[in-house]
Design a protein around this ligand. Structure first.
Ligand code: SF4
Ligand code: SF4
Length: 686
């Protein structure tokens, strides 16, 4: 008995010392990060996140087989805490049972059930890892770039925990010390194989396996603290402190860009690892290297060097390599290492389209976009380093108020094609005007995007919705500048627009561009702009549902809807565009395989619209290839950027005669006018 206790408790003390030292060091590193305001309040929402994301394994279960395997492992380890208590109790007393309910047959059953379930899960993970081995699938493997050796060691250690646990319980069934009846089915079944050995040998086996079980558990604890499996401890904290309901929509931080407050110590963005907040540093150590984010990233999937997983892993490696400096206090510090280009290659940084697919997919709520934009901010504002083509876009916004530099005078040109007058707001919006129509730069100035805006205006007019535009007083919302990292220009644009909107008394705004919609709705409030903002897809849905628009003549054809990232994933508008299409008689809707929250970007977000795409396949070509496979004759969308990008790709494929790219409004309008160019002539309906 004494030997059992000495070995078991010595191993435990040693492991706790080693793992504790490591965890303490990591916690000091994380706490050295910048403050992250608002990450601990709202306890009810955070408790709910913990229950749903961690307890319910919500995101993991989206991938059925690996999700179930992980869920059973997670739930198994949670319940098997009881077996750890029993193992330590057994060191001191062979007849130990947890006080109060340690003989309960249901507990015995659940423990055995989860031992078996976890062992099955380990087999599933083994098959998944072999099938997806980077050596076999290279970039197609979501584990490409992950530490696969550590993953195999983890699988082995978890299997050993379960096997030693099962064997010591099996031996116990033959010594009379096992606290459970046959409900603990697996232990009794394996125990039958040991039965012929007699109670003396079984007693020795019990001692050996319980000590082995404890040694493997504490060995696993040490391994976890030094590996990617740190997420076992970090993930629940990371989820609890993550942005609610998700890190999409607005960017996390709105830095103070007031130049009067700038000193020589002011830093914009993140150039060195210590410029990240403690929450971002927690993100870095929480990454499980599962590669879900990488597998959905449009940049990675089209052959570019950006993988959100590798970005997070790189930042984690940088943080660990900089630990002596982060923890050096006021003493002499080793030399700091710039993140870009040392850890993050510029081609990686500028490849991001800020589509949010990675954030949506990450099971531990890592906030990739905020970290990427923080590094872009440093590059743009502190180092003046960014792709040359983007510089022209920034200058155009600054000087002309739009990314193309066409100037304010052209902002009403699109109205000339209408057969009614669109009022341009004077000093204030008249009382009989319900909506301020925020046209957006693309909608006002790009030939193709204008068609969508014109159709929207005609539909609103037809439905009797009163609206007016700002005309030459409308200016870029600043979204491209912000996503590129030029926070200063974004805030300047925001101030101009908020002042204009406030001075004319804007209350309700309808926007056709999801990027404008996102800025006005989610980002302007932090700089004083508080308006009720709606996207035209939502308004069309409302008008159709209210009977104010009846797409009566129908459209005979097949339509696939492309979810714009900033309308869908960032703002959760998935159903309304589809119900508008549903309301058009004759439309047969087909979904692309990547749709709704898993939609694939058109390639224009994150200011990529104004940068050359020279590496890998063009993202818009990848998306239209997917659209072609549906056999649809119309690719419908609700974003001027998507219209331009998808239309470019359709033309590059010489398919403009077979497939058209149309805004939702254009399709509604065609269905009303009977000018359908679908598979067959429109029918008279309704
Ligand atoms: S936001 Fe989109 S492009 Fe950027 S890293 Fe995430 S998935 Fe890739
Ligand atoms: S960032 Fe999230 S999704 Fe990507 S590898 Fe890490 S844990 Fe997985």
């Amino acid at each position: 008995m004494v030997v059992r206790i000495v070995i078991g408790m010595s191993a435990t003390a040693l492991a706790f010392a080693v793992a504790g030292r490591r965890l303490w060091r990591i916690s000091r590193m994380i706490r050295s990060g910048a403050p992250a305001p608002g990450r601990v309040g709202g306890l009810a929402a955070r408790a709910e996140a913990e229950l749903v994301e961690v307890g319910g394994q919500r995101k993991l279960l989206r991938w059925t087989v690996p999700g179930l395997a992980h869920a059973f492992t997670f739930w198994g380890f949670t319940l098997l805490m009881f077996t750890i208590l029993e193992a330590y109790g057994d060191l001191f007393s062979k007849t130990f049972a947890i006080w109060g309910f340690g003989h309960n047959p249901v507990l015995g059953f659940l423990e055995d059930f989860f031992i078996v379930a976890v062992l099955v899960a380990m087999c599933v993970f083994t098959v998944i890892r072999i099938k997806n081995a980077p050596a076999r699938r290279e970039r197609q493997s979501r584990f490409y770039g992950s530490h696969t050796d550590a993953a195999w060691i983890t699988l082995l250690l978890i299997t050993l925990v379960m096997v030693t646990l099962l064997l010591y319980r099996a031996a116990q069934t033959n010594t009379g010390d096992f606290p459970y009846t046959w409900w603990a089915f697996a232990s009794h079944l394996v125990g039958k194989a040991f039965h012929p050995l007699g109670s003396g040998v079984n007693s020795v086996l019990e001692t050996v396996f319980v000590i082995l079980n404890i040694c493997v558990i504490v060995g696993f604890l040490v391994f976890v603290s030094y590996s990617k499996h740190l997420h076992i401890f970090a993930a629940p904290i990371n989820v609890a402190t993550s942005r609610r309901p998700r890190a999409l929509g607005a960017l996390d931080k709105t830095p103070d860009m007031d130049m009067e407050n700038v000193t020589e110590d002011t830093v914009f963005g993140a150039g060195f690892v210590e410029h990240f907040t403690w929450k971002q540093m927690l993100d870095f150590v929480t990454c499980t290297e599962c590669g879900r984010c990488q597998s959905v990233c449009p940049a990675w999937n089209t052959g570019k060097p950006l993988s959100p997983k590798l970005v997070i892993m790189g930042l984690r490696d940088n943080m660990f390599s900089q630990a002596p400096r982060l923890l050096a206090g006021n003493g002499e510090k080793p030399e700091a290492e710039l993140l870009v280009p040392n850890t993050i290659d510029p081609d990686v940084l500028w490849s991001c389209v800020t589509c949010g697919a990675c954030v949506e997919e990450c099971p531990v709520n890592i906030e990739h976009i905020d970290a990427i934009v923080d590094m872009r901010r440093y590059e743009v504002l502190m180092e003046s380093r960014f792709p040359t083509e983007a510089g022209l876009m920034l200058r155009n916004i600054e000087n002309q108020g739009d990314p193309w530099g066409l100037g304010q005078a052209k902002r009403t040109d699109w109205t000339e094609a209408l057969d009614f007058e669109v009022p341009v707001v004077g000093d204030t919006i008249p009382d009989d005007v319900e909506y301020l129509f925020w046209v957006g730069c693309a909608g006002a100035l790009d030939e193709r995007a204008r068609k969508g805006v014109q159709a929207t205006a005609r539909m609103l007019h037809l439905a009797g919705v009163s609206f007016a535009i700002l005309g030459p007083r409308e200016s870029c919302t600043g979204d491209p500048a912000r996503r590129l990292g030029n926070e200063y220009l974004y805030q300047e644009q925001t101030k101009i627009n908020v002042e204009t909107l406030t001075s004319v008394g804007a209350k309700k705004i309808v926007a056709t561009c999801p990027h404008c919609f996102n800025s006005l709705k989610n980002e302007y409030p932090s700089l004083g702009g508080d308006f009720e903002v709606i996207h035209h897809a939502q308004l069309l849905d409302h008008l159709v549902a209210a009977g104010r628009l009846s797409p009566g003549r129908g459209y005979q054809g097949t339509v696939t809807y492309h979810d714009p990232c900033y309308l869908g994933r960032h703002n959760r508008v998935f159903d309304q565009p589809r119900s508008v299409l549903d309301a058009i008689p004759g439309v047969r809707q087909v979904e692309m395989s990547r749709c709704r929250e898993r939609s694939f970007c058109c390639g224009a977000g994150g200011a990529r619209m104004w940068m050359e795409e020279t590496i890998g396949k063009r993202i818009n070509m990848e998306r239209t290839d997917e659209a072609f496979t549906t056999g649809a004759d119309v690719v419908s969308t609700a974003c001027p950027y998507c219209m331009i990008m998808l239309d470019d790709a359709v033309r590059a494929n010489n398919k403009e005669e077979e497939v058209r790219v149309l805004d939702l409004s254009q399709l509604v309008e065609e269905s009303l006018s009977g000018q359908s160019r679908g598979g067959t002539a429109p029918t008279e309906q309704g």
